[in-house]
Design a protein. Structure first.
Length: 257
């Protein structure tokens, strides 16, 4: 896709503050116009078809449909240029350095944003559509085949952003589209579904024991049978969780070296 002098851009992120920040930074760039904002992967697909932007700021992690799924739904050959945005570093971000696409790791600075847009515009202007699409396809394939598991969480609270090691987490509790990380006497909130976390966490360290709970295997002290196939998982902290799935998998994981 060869853009006009004005690069038509689209923002898709389920965090209002993230959308607001990107939109605010775009206002500083006279050669970039904002043609729409979306809050979900579903809206991303609709807006890309409707507005035909030159450049999309696309969040990787969104409930139900994430950034990669958006690309698959649209089709690599029909996608505009993309700057991926993410608060997570487990997506092998170094891979982006070898492709004609960019990423913004939240929280990003004003200068990082401006540099990213500048590079993206240069690539849009000088690369033909086939080249951009082939690089996008290679990037998606590389990122989706990574075997790295989530090693730490990015937690946002009171205007601050800090990291919590996965090893610090005793267990994880479901809270709709959010998850509560229970770390000793502290509890942190992260914007992730249990389904997404179950895929990202190392199965040798974490296992889902019910619809609403994932446990750190190293924190399990005892398993008590309740009858009818259910168990009570007792953690070192004394916390008791009802286990309603995967007892055999859990036993194998606990026995593994």
């Amino acid at each position: 896709m060869i853009p006009t002098m004005i690069t038509r851009s689209l923002i898709v992120d389920d965090e209002p503050l993230a959308r607001k920040r990107i939109a605010s930074l775009l206002k500083e760039l006279p050669d970039v116009s904002l043609v729409g904002e979306g809050r979900s992967g579903h809206e991303a697909i609709q807006l890309i078809h409707a507005t035909r932007p030159d450049l999309v700021f696309l969040d990787i992690q969104m409930p139900e449909i994430g950034g990669f799924e958006v690309v698959q739904a649209i089709g690599v050959e029909k996608m505009p240029a993309i700057i991926f945005t993410t608060a997570y570093d487990q997506y092998a971000l170094k891979a982006f350095e070898f492709h004609a696409l960019d990423y913004l790791l939240k929280p990003f600075s004003r200068q990082r944003f401006i540099d990213s847009v500048r590079r993206a515009r240069e690539r849009i202007s000088h690369a033909n559509g086939q080249d951009v699409n082939s690089r996008l396809a290679a990037l998606i394939d590389k990122l989706q085949t990574q075997t790295n598991h989530l090693s730490r969480f990015t937690v946002k609270a009171s205007g601050r952003v800090f990291l919590v090691s996965a090893g610090e987490v005793d267990w994880i509790e479901s809270a709709a589209n959010y998850a509560l990380l229970h770390c000793g006497t502290r509890t942190h909130v992260v914007r992730e579904t249990m389904h997404a976390l179950e895929k990202k966490l190392c199965p040798r360290s974490f296992q889902r024991v019910s619809r609403s709970a994932i446990v750190n295997l190293s924190r399990i002290k005892e398993l008590q049978p309740m009858g009818k196939g259910d168990y009570v998982v007792i953690l070192d902290s004394g916390k008791r969780l009802i286990m309603s799935r995967g007892i055999r998998d859990l036993e194998r994981s606990l026995d593994a070296p």
